[in-house]
Design a protein. Structure first.
Lengths: 461, 377
């Protein structure tokens, strides 16, 4: 079973409905009492943070804890077990595709959501009001420890649920208890020697420990069976998310914030005119082929990505596709036929499948154009016993392979009034000419360029 | 936006997308239809392997004739030899030619399937006979009840052949006419079709008697063959369709009594007798008597005839003794129409034969394998 958004959403809702944990007020009081600075409450948030940072650094330098691998085994046992064998081709294709898309991220900088949410000590304080002492966030010095590695591994499997917990704490934000509980989202590492408990959140690379003198018993809703205790003299360190970038929060926020977050999905119908040139399909040849066509299709945009599907009717013109042949036909005697076939035009239906990334008015895209040759126009010059004949023939498909496919790269720019001007550069990877029927050989990966003018008709939101 | 509204909106959006997809699909269909609307049927000639060819040795020399190469051409035709069709083909390049023909073996069966018969048979080369195959004699036509015939002039296929007694040596289907001079000096002529040197698939004779008052009684002697239909005519006037009997009153003078008999095996024969309803009694029976008494030396049905032309000389396979010649037909298949519009069959045959030069009478061996065309209309 694969865990999609729907399953994760349902799981989150189910777990949050069943959420319960024990909270005693003396935990908080003990926590406040354990703070080394008495005027924490009276200090400004910035000062409090600095003090906590200092405290954290001091404590973290002397921090030691024992890691028991059984904790991780226990954690792993609770993770969804997806043993379905990966299909290598799909996996590879997905990997390549995701890699290409990811490269666009790095080339163009980080992608931010339309609603960027950054969690920090400040806004936690400001949101929670009475929760000033509940979380003190600093850079984690244990991020480089072996704990980090394990936690990261685990979090790769359960990012959504953890983020949902975080989100829940932020939105509800009513009590410090909630926040404390909800921040506990990752595996728990405890040391029996010093009773240090490290609770990690989903983004442990940026997680920060939180010092607490409170003993707390926390029922972890996600895993249900985790109970954490600490002594008053020890520090409870909670690694919380300092900053959650869009890439992580987007998926987690989807179920609950779908009603309020508008992920723009626009679907357009378009019509286009296109023209292009391409290298000769056969070699040796110095001529080029031209094409002209019109098309129709749809494109829909999600975020900055534009997915386009369509179909073009293409008329391609050739001047170099010739067939010279003799045929000796035996019967009671024999008849010798000499004929020249000039493949002048082909008529194709061409599919368009692209994924584009929008940068303002500009869009760069990758995709492919599979094609099916429907018809042709061929001039047949035949010299036989009946003399010389010249015929203009439609539908003669001998020598032509009907199917073709062109991977391509594209660029387009949005003009006014819904017009889009773009170019595509592709290469025909399927040999469309049967060498036995033409003079010459197939060209290897003939490159073609296509320019199109597209009129978008928006019909949906 | 609550959940219900959200789902409605999603449904609405899906419907809109569905409608647009329908539009796209229709447009695609229109485009496909337009692109496919004009298509010409083009069949370009393609090179093929030779159809007809002969490869072998003649007098120890290799030869190869391929119709279509070196001016060689496969000419197919149907010859008629002594009234019998010879389904033939001639492959020649002008200097050297090989001609093969198949004698029709179903000459009394008009609707026979000759190619099937060829496939079923293992034919032989045709032979010439040094002995007479049929004797035409005046005395065999004199009936006891009729007036005496003093003299008969014989005509075979319209050509005078002799007086009173004639011998036929070659097989064939002949139209034989007897110009008889009776004792009273009158001359009457009677013609009949006679099959010589071929097997009869069926046969009959007209038996008749007529008194001086002109009362005629005639019968069909079917010789054991089953009859399906008989058409009687008197002087070309239809008289009766009774199977084997005719009774009429015949006027004085000579009359031609004809019976066309259809046999159940498909054979059709027609014979004519001369009868006289007057006291002169000038009667001549049909010529069945000649067929019945002919010696069965030869049966030329579906025999093969081979002709070779080399350096202007003609060589024939038909000899009195061709026991050293053999052939086997390995296949018969329909090829098509020839320029004359008649059906042509391709026969695959292996031949080992002797042919005799028509002038020097020199015998030459010839061996070949052939894919040969013959016309069977």
């Amino acid at each position: 079973m694969k865990w999609g958004d729907d399953e994760i959403d349902n799981l989150f809702r189910q777990r949050t409905d069943d959420l319960s944990f024990e909270y005693k007020n003396e935990y908080w009081e003990d926590f406040e009492a354990s703070l080394p600075v008495s005027d924490v409450v009276e200090s400004s948030p910035e000062e409090s943070v600095n003090d906590i940072d200092t405290l954290y650094k001091e404590k973290s330098n002397s921090l030691s804890f024992e890691y028991n691998s059984s904790y991780w085994d226990e954690m792993a046992a609770m993770l969804p077990n997806n043993k379905k064998r990966l299909d290598f081709l799909w996996f590879f294709t997905s990997f390549v595709f995701v890699g290409l898309i990811s490269s666009l991220f790095f080339i163009n900088g980080p992608v931010t959501a339309e609603r960027e949410i950054i969690y920090s000590a400040e806004n936690l304080d400001s949101k929670n009001g009475t929760n000033k002492n509940s979380s003190v966030i600093a850079e984690s010095s244990i991020a480089e420890s072996n704990v980090k590695g394990d936690n990261n591994s685990s979090n790769q499997e359960t990012p959504a649920s953890q983020n949902q917990l975080n989100e829940n704490s932020i939105e509800n934000g009513a009590s410090s208890t909630d926040n404390t509980a909800n921040r506990v989202a990752g595996p728990v590492i405890s040391s029996s020697a010093n009773n240090v408990v490290i609770i990690t959140s989903s983004e442990n690379e940026n997680s920060t420990p939180v010092h607490s003198e409170n003993d707390s018993q926390i029922t972890e809703p996600e895993f249900g069976q985790t109970e954490i205790a600490s002594t008053r003299s020890d520090q409870e360190i909670i690694l919380a998310t300092k900053k959650i970038e869009m890439g992580t929060i987007d998926r987690a926020l989807a179920p609950s914030s779908f009603k309020t977050l508008k992920v723009p999905v626009t679907t357009n119908l378009y019509v286009e005119l296109n023209g292009g040139i391409s290298q000769a399909l056969t070699s040796p040849s110095e001529s080029i082929a031209s094409s002209l066509g019109l098309g129709i299709g749809t494109s829909f945009q999600k975020g900055r990505f534009i997915f386009t599907t369509g179909v073009n009717a293409i008329m391609s013109n050739y001047s170099d596709m010739l067939l010279s042949r003799e045929a000796k036909v035996y019967g009671f005697g024999s008849e010798l036929y000499r004929y020249n076939l000039e493949y002048k035009q082909t008529y194709s239906l061409e599919g368009v499948f692209t994924v584009g990334y929008k940068l303002g008015r500009h869009t760069i895209s990758i995709g492919c154009r599979p094609s099916y040759m429907m018809n042709s126009r061929v001039i047949i010059n035949q010299q036989g016993p009946q003399g010389i004949e010249r015929n203009d023939v439609y539908g003669f498909m001998d020598g032509l392979n009907r199917f073709g496919i062109k991977p391509m790269l594209g660029y387009s720019v949005n003009l006014s009034h819904g017009m889009i001007l773009g170019i595509n550069v592709g290469a025909q990877v399927v040999q469309t000419v049967n060498e036995e029927f033409v003079n010459g050989q197939n060209s290897q990966l003939p490159i073609d360029g296509q320019i199109y003018l597209r009129k978008s008709i928006r019909f949906g939101k | 936006m609550d959940k219900y509204t959200l789902e409605n909106q999603l449904d609405l959006e899906n419907n809109m997308i569905g409608k647009r997809l329908n539009i796209i699909a229709y447009c695609c269909l229109i485009i496909i239809s337009l692109a496919s609307c004009k298509k010409d049927e083009v069949v370009l000639p393609e090179s093929n392997d030779p159809i007809f060819r002969v490869d072998g040795t003649f007098d120890g020399q290799n030869f190869s004739l391929i119709a279509g190469d070196n001016n060689a051409y496969m000419h197919t035709m149907t010859e008629t030899v002594n009234g019998v069709e010879v389904f033939s083909g001639n492959l020649s390049n002008g200097d050297f030619s090989v001609e093969m023909g198949v004698y029709n073996g179903m000459i009394d069966m008009p609707s026979s399937q000759v190619p099937l018969q060829l496939l079923d048979l293992n034919p032989n080369f045709s032979m010439n006979s040094a002995q007479g195959l049929m004797f035409l004699s005046k005395n065999m036509l004199v009936l006891p009840s009729g007036q005496y015939i003093e003299q008969i002039f014989w005509y075979i296929d319209g050509v005078f052949a002799g007086v009173n007694d004639v011998v036929i040596y070659d097989p064939g289907k002949y139209e034989i006419c007897a110009e008889a001079k009776f004792a009273d000096g009158t001359i009457e002529t009677l013609c009949n079709e006679v099959i010589v040197g071929y097997e009869h698939n069926a046969n009959f004779s007209i038996d008749f008697s007529i008194d001086q008052l002109g009362n005629l009684e005639s019968f069909i002697d079917n010789m054991g063959y089953d009859i399906s239909m008989v058409n009687w005519t008197m002087d070309s006037v239809p008289m009766s369709s009774q199977t084997d009997y005719l009774q009429e009153v015949v006027d004085s003078g000579s009359h031609y009594l004809n019976a066309q008999v259809h046999f159940t095996n498909g054979a059709v024969r027609s014979k004519t007798a001369l009868i006289d309803g007057g006291p002169a009694a000038r009667h001549i029976p049909d010529f069945t008597v000649f067929e019945a008494t002919a010696p069965a030396f030869i049966s030329r049905d579906f025999n093969i005839r081979l002709k070779v032309k080399s350096a202007g000389a003609l060589y024939l396979s038909e000899m009195a003794n061709n026991s050293n010649s053999s052939l086997s037909i390995t296949g018969v298949e329909y090829y098509g129409k020839n320029p004359s519009g008649n059906d042509v069959y391709k026969i695959m045959v292996n031949v080992s034969a002797q042919v005799k030069q028509t002038v020097t009478l020199e015998t030459i061996p010839i061996n070949f394998s052939a894919s040969f065309g013959i016309e069977i209309p």
